[in-house]
Design a protein around this ligand. Structure first.
Ligand code: PFF
Length: 447
């Protein structure tokens, strides 16, 4: 089968970073930092990103490029006739679960974009008022559902309309806009009176706070943020040319992703302390904090609009990549038309998302293993399915694939001298360290 290829290194980087950078950096990372102890979490996160997530990302791309096929078929292609082919199901199912609740938060961003456009943040509303508006919004039934539906529709339309090119172009402009607006917000945030405590919270680690639970949460966040542990980066790997440099592309993506997450924390956390908010607020943290900052900065109204448009684009490039895995599976394996496949995957995710959205309001009493439906979906994917997927990926690369094949992909047949030099160490990480560490963390999450 003839497969498309990314035309240039820049194209690959935009696609990988587009999938990686999204709500995970701006929404999920800051609130995880808040829940899991600030600087200690960040410290663990940075180490795990480079020591574990990056080698796992290498492995995914190696499997994708070697097998040259979709996430479902890749394992069976490289290990024909073995039970490894079942791994494909996990690779395709996980993104559907992720996108179902991702879309709910995408919907919240749409509501806040709408609020920004109507200059609701510049009216000097008090902290209590803005907090009440937020909690009233997420616990209501129809408004969040409407926005969730709108976000899912937008995602489907991007995929259907083949406007991938358009969104790619748009993304190239909006990513820098997002970067600049987050920096502007961070500058305002760190210069608020009382922001110093927040900076200390972010950058002065209290190592006694590092527990197995913190490590497990940091790794789950790493997988979520880098989009690793299931079929996405694998699929992208299958689109890359033999001449592309796996190590360079992946490392660049990880550094860009980490930078975004850290700047987002600098935008949020100092303001949280300055305004006397609770850092352990959870998923609402960003949405409760940002409006105060916008209301308290010069040109706040305009910056709010720019920020939320850029956030929307970042979220869309991620959600498109999530839905695309299922679409590729249904079109290539089940021979559905692209249209039917898109509506099927989006429809399933949309229906599941309704439950997630309602779990902030009318369904908040329903608990699955002690979690609300939204929290359960989040835990199920970042805590269990992604680590399980990552484990399968590294064990497959380290123990099932031939070492010579793995190194051949990593060094492009030995022609990339820099990669050749580190290949022994990377292979060790993939074969020994990553499986053991991910297994321990996976078990920590299960118990
Ligand atoms: N990495 C994206 C983010 O940080 O927002 C979310 C995401 C996209 C997760 C794609 C997983 C994925 F496959």
């Amino acid at each position: 089968m003839e497969r498309e290829h990314f035309k240039s290194t820049f194209g690959i980087l935009v696609a990988m970073a587009g999938s990686a950078i999204g709500l995970g950096n701006l929404w999920r990372f800051p609130y995880m930092v808040g829940i899991y102890g600030g600087a200690a979490f960040i410290f663990v996160y940075i180490i795990l990103t480079f020591l574990l997530c990056l080698p796992i990302l290498f492995s995914e791309i190696i499997i994708g490029r070697r097998s040259h096929t979709n996430a479902f078929r890749a394992f069976g292609t490289l290990a024909p006739g073995s039970p490894w082919k079942w791994a494909g199901i996990l690779m395709v199912a996980t993104p559907v679960i992720v996108v179902s609740y991702y879309s709910v938060i995408g919907g919240w961003s749409l509501e806040y974009l709408f609020k920004a456009c109507t200059f609701s943040f510049s009216q000097g509303a008090t902290r209590e008022e803005l907090g009440t508006i937020f909690s009233g919004f997420i616990s209501s039934t129809w408004a969040p559902l409407l926005w969730h539906t709108a976000f899912m529709l937008l995602t489907a339309l991007v995929i259907l309309g083949g406007v991938n090119k358009g969104i790619e172009k748009f993304g190239k402009i909006m990513m820098p806009v997002l970067f600049l607006t987050v920096i502007a917000i961070a500058v305002r945030s760190v210069t608020l009176p009382g922001a110093g405590e927040g900076l200390k919270y972010l950058f002065r680690p209290d190592f006694s706070k590092i527990t197995p639970e913190v490590c497990a949460a940091a790794l789950g966040q790493g997988f979520f943020s880098l989009s690793v542990g299931f079929g996405i980066m694998l699929t992208y790997g299958s689109y890359t040319r033999k001449s592309s440099d796996i190590a360079f592309n992946s490392t660049w993506t990880a550094v860009a992703d980490l930078t975004f997450a850290l700047i987002a924390s600098c935008a949020i956390m100092p303001a949280v302390f300055a305004f006397g908010l609770n850092p352990q607020e959870g998923p609402g943290l960003v949405f409760e904090t940002l409006p105060f900052i916008f209301a308290n900065m010069p040109l706040g109204g305009i910056i709010a609009i720019l920020f939320f448009i850029a956030l929307l684009v970042a979220a869309l490039t991620s959600s498109v990549s999530l839905v695309e895995v299922g679409v590729a599976y249904l079109t290539e394996e089940k021979h559905l038309s692209r249209k039917a496949a898109t509506w099927t995957v989006s429809g399933i995710a949309w229906a599941l998302g309704i439950l997630c959205s309602l779990s902030f309001g009318s369904l908040s009493g329903i608990r699955i293993l002690g979690n609300t439906i939204f929290d359960f979906f989040d835990k199920l994917s970042a805590g269990w399915l992604m680590p399980l997927g990552a484990l399968i990926i590294v064990v497959f690369t380290g123990w099932k694939m031939k070492k010579s094949d793995v190194l051949d992909e990593f060094t492009n047949g030995g022609s990339l001298k820099g990669n050749l030099r580190i290949s022994g160490f990377i292979y060790f990480l993939i074969k020994y360290l990553a499986p053991v560490a991910v297994l321990i963390i996976f078990l920590t999450n299960l118990l």
